[in-house]
Design a protein around this ligand. Sequence first.
Ligand SMILES: NC(=O)CC[C@H](N)C(=O)O
Length: 200
Amino acid sequence: MKPQIGVLALQGDVREHVAALELAGASAVTVRRVSELAQVDGLVIPGGESTTIDKLLRIFDLFDPLRAAIAGGLPVYGSCAGMILLADRVLDGAADQQTLGGMDLTVRRNAFGRQVDSFETDVAVEGVPGPPVHAAFIRAPWVESVGPSAQVIATITSGPAAGRIVGVRQDALLATSFHPEITGDGRIHELFVSIVRREY
Ligand SMILES: NC(=O)CC[C@H](N)C(=O)O
């Protein structure tokens, strides 16, 4: 059976994740309501603007149910703004910014600075066989530090940001600073589908 994976569709690049999930062997649906959240085996929180998604989660009465689902073990993959929303701690966040949390990590928002707002580079990702993942970073956060419960799975390998942590796994939660849905490399979505299937 194909797992049913939702894409949180409040803001951000929803369509690209739906397409990438379908290619990775899942059945993908958009999620905007609690009733839709209740039906999925896993959820993607896309990139976009974490402060906006935070506000919309409250407006749509999804903040508490999603937080509870994460605590209950729902597999979730957060990309970029989604990574920020999964982090227990945020540096350089907006004054009233809250996160769903669940991952024992500290992210720094917009960490790569203005002059390198957007760039692409190769990233070695644990659990992804083959060559490094070609990753796009768009006003991305990096992971400043991880606590003992979280496992670093991706760091930048070259250039000025070499050594920066950009991918983390904690049980059924996965987060990347980058956007695998726009560079045509399906392996991060395949990794998440295998997490949802409890195979990896
Ligand atoms: N591409 C993205 O998701 C950017 C994230 C955005 N800078 C934020 O702070 O939420």
